[in-house]
Design a protein around this ligand. Structure first.
Ligand code: ADP
Ligand code: ZN
Length: 520
């Protein structure tokens, strides 16, 4: 059957073969196994359900929320000689009836419908007696309140399926890879033993770097100088930072644009146009920039601030190298960024459990900034892709580093956290280890702990950095909420009780080039 699928792919679409990921999904569907396919936008989801639709008897219904795109999809199929149609609110009542009649007579292989239709009992009844063998649900994350596009009408799909005389095969597709959305889709659609495939998130032409402790402005200025003539985007967290950075670049003679939601429509579209036409070298932007722009020759994306989570980071960083040529993605981490993002979450109107979820995702982003393991591997594992290889090119892979035995430091930190009854955050723990005389420390009486002052030879910041590192490496857990609290995990108990060794990669500072402002 798979051979047949490949033949259809060549015959109708003219593609030589399925991509990795597509192959698994198609094979699973052809075996009539419920399937959840997760692929980034542009990964090639459409053929995953269109090809099985051609091979199955009867009709495939495609649920899609993108009314504007339905006609394009159907026209594209028609141009390849595949019979397809759509039903949505853009059609007159008589046109809808005519198409329903044609569908019942078997004139289409695929019928696209908007989810809102399923809420109308009359319409539901009409499709109940159609020979639907396969139900494909596009943008399936719309089903989940955790997603960014919740559509209540998606919830009607499961009820409707339950009414059908014969349950069709169900395939669900989305670009949203988070665990909670994935689980919601499976549960709410009542998928039966679904195969779940996640693929296509790897962008092997991109190189990832994290820089900590840099002077961000100096870094950006010298980066732009070294990459003169290349197109780049610099993301900053707030409008004020965008404006400030933009002013700085312009003052230094760089042709930079700016983009954020506080600018007029005219200024925004002018900036966007000029950037697209390479009339601006650099765009300084808030996260409002990017939706809908598709500039292929962006060579680098610098994050002046750490974004709120890995999904957002990967999407923004992924605007580099769309043409397949090399692209570089640099994240400039500063501890203040964590405070900023915590503040945004705290200020948001989200219900408590959603806030907790945002804190969890933020922590994963912070862990990315502190890990000493391959960054690409870290990102792909976050999205659930199986066994990605170390890239050999990211800042973790290439930093000249030596392994240092940190077992004793780790034991000091873990035992201090334990003695403080796992009720405090990194700053307080560092204060105690440092032997701080601050009021906060003295008031709690922690100055009488045996761990008080046992790391006096470090700065408090160095201790905090170590705590962050041990959190990123899975030794410590950090609770959610406004005042996150550190606690020990099994990995840290193994260090405390069995003296298991803790190795830490320490970056060897390369000779820094002397700053050269003369060119600006
Ligand atoms: P999605 O729906 O996931 O955003 P599409 O299905 O629109 O993605 O496909 C994205 C692009 O990839 C399209 O231009 C499509 O022609 C191309 N494509 C998809 N599958 C293949 C394949 N097997 N071989 C070559 N090109 C493909
Ligand atoms: Zn790497």
């Amino acid at each position: 059957m798979f051979r047949e699928a490949e033949k259809q792919l060549q015959r109708y679409y003219g593609y030589a073969s399925f991509r990795n990921g597509q192959q698994e999904i198609v094979t699973s569907l052809l075996a009539r196994q419920d399937t959840l396919g997760i692929m980034p936008t542009g990964g090639g989801k459409s053929v995953c359900y269109q090809i099985p639709a051609l091979l199955f008897p009867g009709l495939t219904l495609v649920i899609s929320p993108l009314i504007a795109l339905m006609k394009d999809q159907v026209d594209a199929l028609a141009s390849m000689g595949i019979q397809a149609s759509f039903i949505n609110s853009s059609l007159s009542g008589s046109e809808v009836s005519a198409r329903m009649r044609a569908a019942r007579l078997g004139e289409y292989k695929l019928l696209y419908i908007a989810p809102e239709r399923l809420e109308a009992p009359g319409f539901r009844a009409m499709i109940l007696d159609m020979p639907v063998s396969f139900l494909a649900i596009d943008e399936a994350h719309c089903m989940s309140q955790w997603g960014h596009d919740f559509r209540p009408s998606y919830r009607a799909i499961a009820d409707w399926v339950a009414e059908m005389p014969e349950r069709p095969l169900i395939g669900a597709f989305t670009a949203t890879a988070t665990q909670e959305v994935r689980e919601d889709i499976i549960r709410l659609l009542a998928l039966r033993n679904p195969n779940v495939y996640i693929s296509g998130f790897d962008r092997d032409n991109l190189t990832f770097l994290v820089r900590k402790g840099e002077n961000k402005q100096d870094f950006i200025l010298s980066y732009i100088k070294v990459n003169k003539g290349q197109s780049g985007i610099i993301y900053a967290a707030t409008r004020r930072e965008v404006d400030g950075l933009h002013a700085l670049l312009v003052r230094k003679g760089i042709t930079a644009g700016r983009y954020h939601a506080g600018l007029s429509d005219t200024e925004r579209s002018e900036m966007q146009e000029r950037f697209l036409h390479d009339d601006l070298e650099v765009m300084v932007a808030s996260n409002a920039f990017g939706m809908g722009i598709n500039k292929s020759n962006v060579r680098y994306v610098i994050h002046h601030n750490m974004p709120k989570n890995i999904e957002a980071y990967y999407q923004e960083a992924g605007r580099a190298g769309r043409d397949g040529e090399p692209g570089e993605c640099v994240l400039l981490f500063g501890p203040q960024d964590v405070q900023t993002q915590r503040f945004f979450i705290e200020q948001s109107e989200l219900p408590p459990e959603r806030k907790e979820n945002e804190y969890r995702k933020l922590q994963a982003m912070v862990d990315y900034c502190h890990t000493t393991h391959c960054l690409r591997q870290h990102l792909l594992q976050y999205f659930g892709e199986a066994a990605p290889a170390a890239c050999g090119a990211c800042s973790s892979c290439t930093d000249e580093a030596e392994m240092v035995d940190s077992t004793v430091d780790a034991q000091k930190i873990f035992s201090c956290i334990y003695r403080m009854r796992e009720r405090f955050g990194a700053a307080m723990v560092a204060g105690v280890l440092k032997g701080s005389r601050s009021k906060k420390v003295l008031d709690t009486g922690f100055n009488s702990l045996p761990t008080y002052g046992i790391m006096a030879n470090y700065t408090e910041k160095q201790i905090v950095d170590l705590i962050h590192l041990f959190t990123a490496e899975g030794y410590l857990a950090l609770s959610e909420g406004k005042y996150p609290v550190l606690s020990l995990l099994p990995k840290s108990w193994a260090v405390l009780k069995n003296g298991e060794q803790v190795l830490r990669k320490v970056r060897v500072e390369k000779q820094k080039a002397a700053p050269d402002d003369a060119l600006f």
